[in-house]
Design a protein around this ligand. Structure first.
Ligand code: KG4
Ligand code: ZN
Length: 424
């Protein structure tokens, strides 16, 4: 089965074409094409993702990315190095007239995409794929709609089933894909997972602890009450003047203080930082809700603590202090994430622990989670997505689509910005 998948929930425009062989639970996966186009530079000047700007970029980029994916995957045979075209009229009479007109009506609210669709997609031969998958939530509504409408239009044009996919389910599946061969002849497979599994899904929009007792069933056992972990990284990086996106830049800044890792001996009269007997500077930030009995998270207070600390320091915030704050902030987030995940794994008798989402790229989180598991639950493996799959990507959407196999008629699919994990 070949699936073409589309992901536009935030600021990456991504399309994958993958071939699946074998059982739903453990297929072998051949990646025929996987393109991720990031808009991060565009949003950097605003210090965060601007939904309407993201929507416009998706509109501009989807057709060129699709053409590249169709070409390199060979699901449409090229002629003289180019995708061939048929001579169908773009509207009106002739074979399959309705399936050419309707998709264009679907794209009426995306005029740029509609124009490119008419000029470049309608005349293509039907590609050798079996289904189209698309992220329909959660995410930014304007961004989601572009991908959803594009997928609906393609499904009707090519008469293929449409599989709507939950973005968080995609992140979960990205952690269970393993590489079984060496580059360049890489082979991939969904690995055998011993259940129950606890998955920590940490991204720019979400922080969730999910329990999977049976394949395809999810229980949300905890989530953030305010900011997501990735959002906190982004906001704190901004407060510290480190740039955007915050996760990678803050982690790089924190790495400068890897060895120091100072702990606070609070000098009297000073709040959270200051001198010490050894005359070294210290920074101490809270670990919000680390010891609460539930599995909820809260990162907004931590961000505010950094804000006050930075404000109090004023001009005396040296480069060294900046990296110390970055370090302490990252430690605080990692402490909380690791401690709650391990506690959940113990309480629910997890046999596997997985992490996924943009923040799972964080090296400190990966290392500390691995160490904690080894110490507290020896033998329980930690699954981490391969580096190219931690952030948003369309391949994870194809992986989840194959597993769920939930086909829907295109008219019944719409974007759902606040979609919850439901299982299948
Ligand atoms: O999953 P993702 O790509 O998009 C969403 O679905 O939100 O996650 C993006 C988030 C951003 O907040 C980004 O700052 C964070 O993941 N991130 C990181 C790292 N790389 C990306 N956070 C911490 N450390 C990193 N190395
Ligand atoms: Zn994501």
């Amino acid at each position: 089965m070949r699936i073409l998948s589309i992901e536009t929930s935030c600021d990456e425009t991504s399309i994958a074409i993958a071939e699946f062989n074998g059982p739903k639970r453990r297929p072998r996966v051949t990646i025929l094409s996987h393109i991720v186009s990031s808009q991060v530079k565009l949003h950097a000047k605003y210090g965060g993702v601007v939904p309407n700007l993201a929507r416009r970029e998706h509109e501009k980029n989807l057709v060129p990315i699709l053409l590249q994916a169709l070409h390199e995957s060979n699901v449409i045979k090229s002629k003289n190095g180019k995708l061939p075209t048929t001579n169908y009229p773009s509207t009106g009479s002739g074979p399959r007239a309705e399936s050419r007109d309707k998709p264009q009506t679907i794209l009426e609210r995306e005029p740029e995409l509609q124009k490119q669709f008419k000029e470049k997609i309608i005349s293509l031969p039907i590609p050798a794929i079996d289904a189209i998958a698309v992220t329909y939530g959660p995410g930014l509504a304007p961004a989601l709609w572009v991908g959803v409408n594009f997928a609906r239009a393609l499904a009707i044009l090519w008469d293929k089933p449409l599989i709507p996919v939950n973005h968080m389910e995609g992140h979960l599946f990205s952690s269970v894909l393993e590489q079984t061969g060496k580059i360049p002849n890489s082979k991939f497979q969904i690995q055998e997972v011993t259940l129950p599994m606890i998955a920590l899904l940490v991204s720019g929009g979400h922080t969730e602890l999910v329990l999977m007792k049976k394949f395809g069933t999810y229980e949300l056992i905890g989530e953030t009450l305010d900011d997501a972990a990735g959002e906190a990284f982004d906001k704190v990086a901004r407060i510290l003047g480190l740039g955007y996106p915050g996760g990678p830049v803050l982690a790089a800044e924190a790495a400068k203080r890897q060895a120091i890792h100072l702990r606070q001996a609070r000098p009297s009269g000073r709040r959270g930082y200051g001198g010490h007997a050894s005359n070294k500077r210290h920074v101490k930030l809270p670990r919000p809700m680390m010891n609460s009995k539930d599995f909820s998270f809260s990162f907004s207070g931590l961000k505010t603590a950094v804000l006050y600390l930075t404000r109090d320091l004023g001009k005396s915030k040296t480069k060294r202090l900046t990296s110390m704050i970055a370090r302490e902030f990252q430690d605080a987030v990692v402490d909380v994430l690791v401690s709650k995940t391990i506690r959940a794994a113990k309480q629910f008798g997890a046999k596997t622990v997985a992490i996924g989402g943009g923040v799972s790229a964080n090296a400190e989180l990966q290392t500390r989670m691995g160490q904690a598991l080894e110490k507290e639950l020896p033998g329980v493996p930690l699954l981490v997505p391969m580096p190219s799959l931690t952030g948003d990507n369309a391949l994870m959407i194809a992986l989840a689509a194959y597993a769920t196999g939930k086909k829907k008629t295109p008219d019944k699919v719409g974007a759902e910005a606040n979609l919850k994990l439901a299982g299948f």
